[in-house]
Design a protein around this ligand. Sequence first.
Ligand SMILES: Cc1cc2nc3c(=O)[nH]c(=O)nc-3n(C[C@H](O)[C@H](O)[C@H](O)COP(=O)(O)O)c2cc1C
Length: 204
Amino acid sequence: MTLLHIDSSILGDHSASRALSAEIVARQAALHPGIEVVYRDLTIDPALHLSGAHMAASQGAQVEDASLAADLATGGAYLDELLAAEIIVIGAPMYNFSVPSQLKSWIDRIVVAGKTFGYTAEGQLQTLLPPGKKVIIASTRGNIYGVGSPTEALEHQESYLRGVLSFLGITNVTVIRAEGIAFGEEAKQAALSKAREQIAALAA
Ligand SMILES: Cc1cc2nc3c(=O)[nH]c(=O)nc-3n(C[C@H](O)[C@H](O)[C@H](O)COP(=O)(O)O)c2cc1C
């Protein structure tokens, strides 16, 4: 069994989502003895923005540029890691109301027509991913975005991730959330404690 652990925060050792994603992985490893953990830090080796050259390469054009070739290899590795993993843990802070651009670049490489999804001739969506994948998201954000709150309409982080995963046929998604982190140290610690209680209660 394989677990893919992804981090996308730019804040290194100061990151709340990195702390929580590591704790989620430790909990899952305890629940699944012998599980293989593959770690991908998207800030160390982020994929480039998609370009016309990427699209041309995907249509079979010869790749002569070494940096494009290396980037295509990175994107291919993202995809292989996703295909191989039964459990995926994603550290996903909210940046400017959505996910970090490094995480968006990862999504751009895993939502690929003909590889992870397709359409039938009748226009029906089909997932091409192996079934049974489970995702746990460590969601962190400075403000709060509850239903009915003034900021609800700006919530494009968890809802976006859930939408993309659902599009790929992954509906077993759990969100561990620490929000209101920007409201001061006390609020931050309370949010992290609540998230840690949820992590301790995670099932296999
Ligand atoms: C570049 C940047 C953009 C941010 N944008 C938002 C935002 O739009 N809404 C929000 O509630 N918090 C925002 N925050 C606060 C973060 O979501 C919060 O600090 C969270 O803890 C970040 O997770 P991390 O510590 O794992 O990076 C932003 C923080 C950074 C660094």
